[in-house]
Design a protein around this ligand. Structure first.
Ligand SMILES: O=C(O)CCC(=O)C(=O)O
Ligand SMILES: [Mn+2]
Length: 216
């Protein structure tokens, strides 16, 4: 059975959304300048190092709790902050934070999970931007895990998860033994109460603590 219709309303893939040259420059800059750390996560009742490097970043106050730990955001990296207007326009949704993950090779990965923490709200829009090595990205239905779909996320690709995607499905970035190159992924989110009704159309809409949006 084709599952295309099943995922179409929930997942949108835009290959090469960020032009290659910009993506190369951004990846190099983020690798150098982001304060990468190994997040400690709770897995099957045990505390373990997550198998990748990470950084939680965003507006002051956009704290996020996942896998048993609360993360206070690092201030926006200016190159990421400069992407926000285009990203918000492409996704028709606001973002006040981003989780960065850096997979130094195909041995680093992310297990099955959903981005369903309560502070993201019932139907979060999650925008994922990939830089570097192409990796497999999988979604499966919670109710019927055999129903799976795979995307290949390449350099500069944007993938949008929306609607009830986090409620009905889980996603994962499996290991790929043959991949030697590094990949950085950014998942943009809105945490906390949503501005309403039209987030940014009529004004700044962002807490005054954020940096100016033109910082390059
Ligand atoms: O690296 C990816 O493509 C997935 C990242 C992800 O699922 C997350 O940050 O929650
Ligand atoms: Mn996720």
């Amino acid at each position: 059975m084709s599952t295309t219709g099943l995922w179409a309303a929930r997942v949108l893939h835009r290959p090469g959304w960020l032009p290659a040259a910009e993506a190369v420059a951004l990846q190099a800059r983020l690798a150098r300048e982001v304060p990468w750390t190994v997040h400690r996560i709770r897995l099957f009742g045990r505390w373990v190092d997550s198998p990748r490097l990470s950084c939680w970043m965003g507006d002051a106050g956009a704290a996020y709790r996942y896998s048993g730990t609360r993360f206070e955001p690092e201030p926006w990296h200016p190159a990421i902050h400069a992407l926000l207007p285009a990203l918000e326009a492409a996704c028709a949704a606001p973002f006040n934070s981003v989780l960065l993950n850096r997979y130094r090779s195909g041995a680093e990965h992310m297990g099955w999970h959903a981005d369903d923490e309560p502070e993201l709200g019932p139907e979060p829009v999650i925008a994922s931007l990939s830089l570097g090595a192409t990796r497999r990205f999988l979604l499966r239905l919670r109710a019927e895990p055999a129903i799976k779909q795979e995307w290949r996320l390449g350099h500069g690709d944007l993938l949008l998860m929306r609607g009830d995607c986090q409620r009905v499905a889980q996603h994962a970035l499996p290991k790929m033994a043959r991949v030697a190159d590094e990949r950085i992924n950014l998942t943009f989110r809105w945490v906390g109460p949503r501005p309403s009704p039209a987030p940014r159309a009529a004004g700044p809409g962002r807490p005054p603590t954020g940096p100016p949006r033109s910082v390059g």
